[in-house]
Design a protein around this ligand. Sequence first.
Ligand SMILES: *Cc1c(COP(=O)(O)O)cnc(C)c1O
Length: 371
Amino acid sequence: MTASFIPPKRILMGPGPSDVPQRVLEAMARPTIGHLDPAFVTLMEEIKAMLRMAFKTENALTFPVSAPGSAGMEMCFVNLVEPGDKVIVCRNGVFGGRMLENVKRTGGVPVMVDDAWGAPVSPDKVREAFKANPDAKVLAFVHAETSTGAQSDAATLAKIAQEYGALTIMDCVTSLGGTPIHLDAWGIDAAYSGSQKCLSCTPGLSPVSFSQKAIDKIQSRKTAVQSWFLDLNLVLGYWQSAGKRTYHHTAPINPMYGLHEALVILEEEGLENAWARHRAMREKLKAGLEALGLKYVVEESARLPQLNSVYVPEGVDDAAVRAKLLADFNLEIGAGLGDMAGKIWRIGLMGYSAKQENVDYCLNALKACLK
Ligand SMILES: *Cc1c(COP(=O)(O)O)cnc(C)c1O
């Protein structure tokens, strides 16, 4: 007989998932109800309102996709890109590369703006790309590149897209709840995030938000959206139509309880206070990492508070240190991805993980492992 699975108790300070507060886990253990139950509809409406608070938007079409952040990404591309549409894709890490894959699969024509891994997206290069391709329909960029810890200037990038009449798709999987986002003030048309990073819920839900301009584009498509599950025209009947909801798919009921609780916690703390906490914890972590002689990958001006990438010191075995952190300290930190594999560590301070005791614990554990 197979025994029940009891996970080890870890401290999560990698690129996500982050530590999940007990309150969220307890919310998820409440009794399952039907997905068309009036009580569940109330929960959905509250989640939508709290997500608008977190995204700083009035967008009516703001809800969690029943799947991880990657599905939110795909929902933005399959709905907003039609075959033949030119899309300017900014790539300064892993996730920009995934945006390119999405554009290709939707039949869009990608125009790449490449920046070095660890650097923010260059607005000058984006402007040049629009000058050379004034017919581009969409600009896509990652606000917070989790593979490197670099933050790009979303307000400036979105403004350039608006000058050329293009829609903007923004990946804010790692920024939502951790670092300032102003969807409406910046004029972002489509944004997607994830439940397991700075919101500190369990993985598997992807908050998204679409502007009226994005909805107009979707409703005037000449071709059907290639994905049935992610077609917003169909999902809308479930998430949008108050009163007469129709069956589209069975929502993951208990994870929604968890997301609701995570957003209640965010509301209680205050969004601005949560941003300030991430910054304050970053300052403390940074001081400790530098005292250990570790060097940051990203320039100070573009550093994300919630994802600190530092170079693995010369002569230190990356994998051995991470294995020891996990085995002896139950502490997870992130490894480098792609070109940065083996060269950097990514230390997350996301959501509930961004607290003094985690900072101290991580610094002490690293100190012991680097001796
Ligand atoms: C984590 C992450 C994703 C993917 O989210 P999943 O929930 O793992 O699918 C996309 N973009 C960025 C920037 C991320 O950090």
